[in-house]
Every structure is written in C-alpha cells, then in structure tokens.
Design a protein around this ligand. Structure first.
Ligand code: F6P
Length: 343
C-alpha cells in the first residue's frame, strides 16, 4: 500500500509535523508514503511526487512551512482538471491520498471524493481557524502567539511616544486570529469582520483615550470593511486578496485626519505564517496526521480528521465546502468587556 500526501493553500507552521506523523503512522502499517509536491499542482500533468524517506523528514517537526511545497492551484478551474487528478493516482502509484489544507484544498478533496469516489481524507490547516467542523486547525496557535508577541512589542513603543498604532492581522473573513491575539496582547480596540464598525466611532474612542492621556493600540483584521474602496485581486478560488492591499493604511488616513494625529501602521502579514510552530501545533498536527492515516486504514474516505471537544472526530469533507466558521457571538460576548469593538 502506498499513500500520497499533499499540502495546499497558504502554508503555516505545523505542516511538517503533520507530514512526519503521516509518514510514521503509514510506516507502522507497512505502507510507503509519497510526497506530492506543490499541492493539487502535483496531481496535474507534469506534477511531481517522490517517496518520502525517513532521513529527509528527520528533525522537521520544529521547522515552519511545508517541505512538500504548496500552491493555490484549483483543479476545478482547469479543463479536465478533476479527471486529471483522478488519473494521477495511477501515475503516482498511490492507493489513497491525505490532503492537508484549508477550506479550498479540502473543498477540492471533498468534491473529488464525491464525484470520482477517490480514496481521499483531509487534515485541517489554516492560521484563519475558519474551517467548519473542527475546533483545531494546524498553524492557528502559532499565529496567535506571533501576533500577541508583536502586539506586546508595539505597546512599548506606542507607550513611549504616546502614539496610536494600528496592527493589521490576517484571517481573511474570520476574526479569530485578531480577536484572540488582541485579547492576549491587550489591544484597546479590536475590529473584526464579524462586527461591522463605524470609523467615526473608532475615531471618537481614540480621541477619548487621548484626552485621558492614553495611547491606543488598535488590532484590526485584514477582512474588516475598509473605510474606502481598495483595489481587488482574485485568486484561483475566487477569493479577494486581503493581505497587503493597504487596509490598515486606509484606516490610518481617516484617523490621521479625523483625530489630528499621526498614527503608525504595522501589517503583520505573512510573518504570522512563518517560523517555528508552537509545541501545541506540533503535537496537534501530529495527532490529526496520524488520525488521517487511521481513517485510510478504516476506509473512512471523504472525511477530515477533525478535533471536536478535544477528541479526534471524522467530519465529512463535503460539509467543509463553501462554509466558514466565524467568531461566535458567545466568544465575542464573553471577551467584549476587555476592549472596544462593537462600535
Ligand atoms: O488563508 C490563510 C491566509 O494567510 C489568509 O489569512 C490571507 O488572507 C491569505 O492566506 C494570504 O494569502 P497569500 O499567501 O496567497 O498572500
């Protein structure tokens, strides 16, 4: 038996730990593991796959990124793409495939399973933490820690200069990363896409703090509606690129003018996806990786190795497609006394 593994979509810390775990779990079953390079691109004509050897994955648990490479290739955007992926099972000589990815990659996996009955299982990863059906996604914990640490650092310089800082945080249309990092880092104002804000009220809150002699640290999610129209670019999955489009800068311009102050902007961007994973991410990625191999053994195809209530739980890939888990009202309500946000 030979299984394939691929990582698709945006990379994040913890992917290598998952790959390593998949390899060893498969080895325990007497199976070989083929590393498919560059996400779904590796399952299209010309795509590369190579047997993973024990020596090459030694010591990779603590290394960020994915050593298999990743891409945002969507086979459903290409003529005959899905059929070509189905054929690639034979070409790579694999009997089953583990797709590690976010909603896009897992969505493709779900569709391929439904349409071609392909033996695919999924593993959830994304710093956005927005995949339906799972409490855990690889990379999120590390990203929260990086963002919280960055906010800690911005506090000291903001305090020294009595200056307003806007820190922009990834997360697409979900505010998990901004909310959790904002709470951990003690941001004064937290703006997330789930709670539309009024820029005038944001300015009033900053002015009020200034009158009291206080500086302001504003954590803002990249997916918040900007105060003015910004340029839009779409990816292969139809998503608008929200990172590095100048959203925090657009807020700064309004705040500068309205509050008559010179605030500073820090876009954390891809720093949140880089570097070494936290121990939590390494352990959890190892668990969901091993569980995915168990699913293959148990023929639980079309399932994602989710975590629900601290336990591994199979969740249908078809139910991941086109849906996002956004910040719950309960979580927001519980934390809301710690910051200004619903403004
Ligand atoms: O989905 C993960 C994510 O990091 C989002 O938070 C962000 O909007 C997007 O990917 C950035 O994508 P790219 O790496 O293609 O710029």
């Amino acid at each position: 038996m030979r299984i394939g593994v691929l990582t698709g979509g945006g990379d994040c810390p913890g992917l290598n730990a998952a790959i390593r775990s998949i390899f060893y779990r498969a080895k325990e079953n007497g199976w070989e593991t083929i590393g498919i390079h560059m996400g779904w691109k590796g399952m299209l004509p010309g795509g590369k796959g190579k047997e993973i050897s024990e020596s090459e994955i030694e010591g990779i648990t603590n290394i960020g990124g994915t050593y298999l490479g990743s891409s945002r290739t969507n086979p459903y955007k290409l003529e005959n793409g899905p059929k070509q992926v189905a054929d690639a099972f034979k070409e790579h000589g694999i009997d089953a495939l583990v797709a590690i990815g976010g909603e896009d990659t897992l969505g493709v996996a779900g569709k391929l399973h439904s349409e071609f009955k392909l033996p695919i299982v999924g593993v959830p990863k994304t710093v956005d933490h927005d995949i339906m059906g799972t409490d855990y996604t690889i990379g999120f914990d590390t990203a929260v820690n990086i963002a919280a640490d960055s906010i800690d650092r911005l506090h000291t310089t903001a305090r020294s200069h009595n200056r307003t800082f806007i820190v922009e945080i990834m997360g697409r249309h979900a505010g998990w990363l901004t909310l959790r990092a904002g709470i951990a880092g003690g941001a004064h104002i937290i703006l997330i896409p789930e709670k539309p804000c009024d820029i005038n009220k944001v300015c009033d809150a900053i002015k009020k703090r200034e009158k009291m002699g206080k500086y302001t640290l504003l954590a803002i999610s990249e997916g918040v509606a900007p105060p003015k129209k910004l340029a839009e670019k779409h990816d292969d999955f139809g998503h608008v690129g929200l990172t590095n489009r100048g959203m925090a800068q657009a807020f700064k311009e309004v705040i500068d003018e309205n509050c008559k102050m010179d605030c500073r902007v820090m876009v954390l961007g891809h720093l949140l996806r880089g570097g070494s994973p936290t121990a939590y991410d390494r352990i959890m990625a190892s668990k969901v990786g091993a569980a995915a191999v168990d699913f293959i053994k148990e023929k639980k195809f079309g399932m994602m190795a989710a975590i629900q209530g601290g336990q591994i739980a199979p969740f249908p890939l078809k139910d991941v497609v086109g849906k996002y888990k956004t910040v719950s009202d309960q979580e927001y309500a519980l934390l809301k006394s710690l910051f200004e946000g619903d403004i």
